[in-house]
Design a binder for this molecule. Structure first.
Ligand code: 3HC
Length: 282
């Protein structure tokens, strides 16, 4: 099967990034948001990101215009009817995601692959509400999607070899390097990243070191682009807390137990860059 038309459910941070990368790779893309205000915000984010790409010499103005012309924004799920693959990037709530998968199963053609960009929730459960569990898998992108070269493909015990093969070719056509993980909490990256981020918060909480020193140590000692607390602000403290709680819920492993400071910062609305303040001010 040749993928020609891609659907993306959700035009938030991840959905807009996935839409941008697919359109820039030559695919027709239908992207859906729940209302026009959120849709316009998401489409604006895509334009701003592509303009940044143009100013950095990553694509030409003509390529940007052509990519934008390939994107159709909608607020209707029914517009996914002609898609060969649909990638779900809605909020990290299993009930909401299951509802989306059930609708996609009803709307999309029988050959269509249904993928989730979840970072921690059980993809097998999403597959279980469809009549095509063999065509369901995880496609976990990383933020910022146009810049990060990795794509984690997540295989459930029901995903077919054929689906994995088509999805791999599709991921490679987006210029991504593929790794394959099982449908286990956190897959590969978050299974390793989340305990590290939580430990950094514990270090700060117990007065082990200052936030600046923790970040500088990792940046300069390990050559990471960002220290852990800067990365927490970048991802969003609420997102990391949500992933940690989901992983702890399933595994009951203390490595995934969120420190009190993280939970309290989320309650206080200090979510990181998106709210203007997290561990740092923006
Ligand atoms: N399109 C194409 N290229 C773009 C672009 C765009 N919209 N925006 C930026 N770029 C390119 C730039 O041209 C530059 O390329 P070059 O190195 O060839 O010149 C490169 O991307 C870096 O861009 P900037 O110079 O603007 O920014 P920085 O050098 O400050 O890097 C960063 C920013 C890429 C965010 C870097 O700090 C970084 O990699 N941080 C870590 C990010 C990370 O870990 N992400 C994963 C989070 S975890 C996740 O997403 C999973 C989830 O489940 C939690």
């Amino acid at each position: 099967m040749d993928i020609k038309k891609v659907g993306v459910v959700g035009c938030g941070l991840m959905g807009s990034g996935i839409t941008e990368v697919c359109a820039r790779s030559g695919y027709e893309v239908v992207v859906r948001e729940v209302n026009d205000e959120l849709l316009q915000k998401g489409l604006g984010r895509i334009k701003a990101s592509m303009s940044k790409g143009v100013s950095r010499g990553k694509l030409t103005q003509e390529e940007m215009d052509a990519a934008l012309a390939r994107i159709k924004g909608t607020t209707s799920m029914e517009d996914f009817a002609g898609c060969d693959i649909v990638i779900e990037a809605v909020i990290e709530n299993l009930d909401v995601k299951k509802q989306v998968f059930a609708e996609l199963d009803r709307i999309t053609p029988p050959h269509a692959i249904l993928a989730s960009n979840t970072s921690s929730l059980c993809i097998t459960e999403m597959a279980s509400v469809t009549n095509r569990p063999d065509k369901v898998l995880g496609l976990h992108f990383f933020n910022p999607v146009p810049v990060m070269p990795l794509l984690e493909m997540v295989r459930t015990i029901l995903t077919s070899d054929e689906t994995m093969e088509i999805a791999r070719k599709f991921g490679e056509s987006l210029g991504k390097t593929i790794v394959v993980a099982k449908d286990a909490p956190g897959f590969i990256v978050n299974a390793l990243l989340v305990p590290y981020l939580l430990d950094a918060v514990r270090m700060l909480e117990t007065g082990y070191a200052t936030k600046e020193d923790i970040d500088t140590a990792i940046k300069l000692g390990l050559n990471h682009p960002m220290g852990p607390l800067t990365l927490l602000d970048f991802i969003g403290l609420d997102t990391v807390l949500y992933i940690a709680d989901a992983m702890y819920e399933e595994l009951k492993d203390p490595r995934y137990a969120a420190p009190s400071l993280l939970r309290r910062m989320v309650i206080a609305g200090k979510l990181g860059r998106k709210t203007g303040e997290g561990f740092y001010k923006y």
